[in-house]
Write a protein that binds this ligand. Structure first.
Ligand code: ZN
Length: 564
């Protein structure tokens, strides 16, 4: 299943004869360069944030002087710094700051967590949480607001159910939202009532959740910045050296600039500007901003939205859902508007990345690209379709022909595989999460997580791409195993291919002399072991621009851990 990796040891000097001195040399490591010859090495030297030398240890010492730091990686594996090509950084930070009830066994387990949270939260401030599921509890009934009132009497509380389709709130939240016995159920929603009365029980379903969402205050700039910082440091621990932020609002872009100017924007961020007229206008005027702050921030992409998602039957399909024959999904932006935005983006020199999940949503975008730029090989537009989940088989080869990049999330496949075929049937499923069919046409597939929808852990993404199995190794052999990737492809999906999707293939994505010194150091040799090892592999060190920003290998007790 794995392509052989050549074991050639090689050495390349950055300049002809006089050797430069390295800032750092990493030795005693198993390096997978993922360069075009798939070479491996045992030592890499860096200077001024770039790779100065790759090869064997002895040769690397030619770059040594008294200021050079030598780091013994103790035989561990070094791969190109990992990139998440589609994540929501602000959303991930918010997710990390909300209480997580996944796997709780009772409502009292939750209330004790809430008591602790309430003690450290100023009165009046919201306490948010997610992931509760009454089906996991002994008493498999919806909880009530009363349970929360006891432990958080002074804070509004709203906890979303595991599926995101219900809130469990307390009385303070009900009062703030003005939800009383007299409040009627909104269209498409339900206010659950206490038995034998009209009194709201504290459970709000679907559109009734909007009554709460509407009154939650907008997070302040400072809170957004705290969330983003937390998401970034969490991502470093998971080995990410670059993140493509799939839809940044104007505060978020400002925060990225601020952090970058303070030298704190790590991982590096590649911004897709949200589909917001004012924001786009501002950046269209300024033009693409590439490689700011020593390649820590790039703003050159706009994000558009064609349709919704498969789980909620919002993905736009050419024919109705197999399990909902009246419904073909949702077009969230009129096609005329998508076309206009696409043309404007390309004209201003921006890359266009469009969310499209259903086969009709995808075709809509492919048609627009075909009409606007055609298959002109001179036009290096690198338009992206974010998700590209369900494709009509006849559209698959159009990606390569039109130069459209399918930007996909392998963990969506392994989360959706249990019910995806119910939604779209046995024929259309052949074009779903169709990595192999796409790769066979010659395209590359940058990989992401869509965090916070899925975990931002890139090793889990690689695992899903290689196995098409869940963490219990279900189903045996993988779901639609013909679409699996090799380990080499899957690692490229999270390194070299995102670099191409951000026009950065000359500075990122592989380990080559002259490129940015971004590395991820792993506790296992994932190329030599069974893919299941990915689930227990630890990121030991994350290096961005030659700087060690996370390290539990050489500094196991360091403050990196305390910064949790
Ligand atoms: Zn997304």
């Amino acid at each position: 299943m794995f392509k052989m990796i050549s074991l050639l040891i090689f050495g390349v000097a950055a300049s002809g004869c006089a050797k430069e001195n390295a800032d750092r040399i990493f030795i005693n490591t198993s390096i997978y360069t993922l360069n075009s010859a798939n070479e491996t090495a045992t030592s890499v030297a860096v200077k001024n944030g770039r790779i100065l030398f790759i090869g064997d240890e002895e040769k690397s010492y030619e770059y040594l002087n008294e200021n050079t730091e030598i780091l013994d990686l103790k035989g561990n594996t070094l791969i190109p710094g990992l990139t998440d090509a589609h994540a929501h950084i602000g959303g991930t930070g918010k997710f990390l700051q909300t209480l997580n009830f996944h796997g709780t066994a009772s409502s009292s387990e939750i209330t004790s967590m809430v008591r602790t949270a309430a003690n450290r939260t100023p009165p009046g401030e919201w306490i948010e949480g997610r992931g509760w599921d009454q089906n996991d509890w002994q008493v498999k009934k919806f909880p009530t607001s009363g349970l929360l009132d006891k432990v958080a009497p002074k804070n509004p509380v709203a906890f979303s159910r595991v599926d995101g389709h219900a809130y469990w709130v307390n009385q303070v939240a009900l009062d703030l939202a003005g939800i009383t016995s007299e409040t009627p159920d909104p269209d498409g929603g339900r206010i659950v009532r206490l038995p034998g009365s009209n009194k709201p029980s504290g459970i709000l379903i679907d559109n009734a959740m909007l009554l709460i969402d509407d009154i939650k205050p907008e997070p302040s700039y400072e809170l957004k910045k705290r969330r983003i910082s937390q998401a970034l440091s969490y991502s470093l621990k998971l080995g990410l050296t670059t993140i493509h932020d799939a839809g940044s609002d104007s505060d978020e872009v400002e925060i990225y600039k601020e952090l970058a100017s303070e030298g704190k924007l790590n991982p590096r961020v590649y911004v897709m500007l949200d589909d917001d007229e004012k924001l786009k206008e501002k950046y269209f005027k300024a033009g693409p901003q590439i490689g700011l702050f020593d390649n820590h921030l790039t703003i050159r992409t706009i994000k558009l939205y064609a349709d919704g998602a498969l789980g909620s039957r919002g993905a736009l399909l050419l024919k109705p859902y197999s399990d909902d024959p009246e419904n073909s999904g949702l077009s969230v932006t009129p096609v005329s508007e998508l076309r206009k935005s696409f043309i404007e983006g390309i004209k201003r020199g921006f890359q266009v990345a469009t969310h499209a999940i259903g086969d009709s949503g995808n075709r809509m975008i492919l048609d627009i690209v075909e009409e606007v730029v055609g298959s002109d090989p001179q036009n290096d537009h690198r338009s992206r379709i974010e998700h590209a989940q369900i494709l009509s088989l006849s559209d698959i080869q159009r990606f390569n022909r039109l130069g459209v990049i399918p930007s996909m999330q392998p963990t969506h496949c392994t989360s959706d595989m249990y019910w995806a075929e119910d939604r779209i049937g046995s024929e259309r499923i052949k074009g779903a999460y169709a990595w192999r069919k796409l790769l066979d046409t010659g395209v590359v597939i940058p990989g992401g997580s869509d965090s916070p929808v899925e975990s931002i852990n890139p090793l889990w993404g690689i695992y899903a791409a290689v196995t098409r199995q869940d963490h219990q190794r279900y189903p045996e052999g993988g779901w639609q195993p013909g679409e699996r990737m090799t380990m080499e492809e899957a690692v490229k999906m999270f390194s070299a291919w995102p670099a191409y999707a951000s026009f950065d293939e000359n500075i990122k994505g592989t380990i080559e002399v002259g490129k940015l010194a971004d590395f991820t150091i792993l506790s296992n040799d994932i190329f030599k072991e069974d893919p299941s090892v990915l689930l227990e592999t630890k990121v030991l060190m994350t290096v961005v621009g030659g700087e060690i920003l996370y390290d539990i290998l050489l500094k196991p007790d360091d403050l990196y851990l305390a910064a949790e």
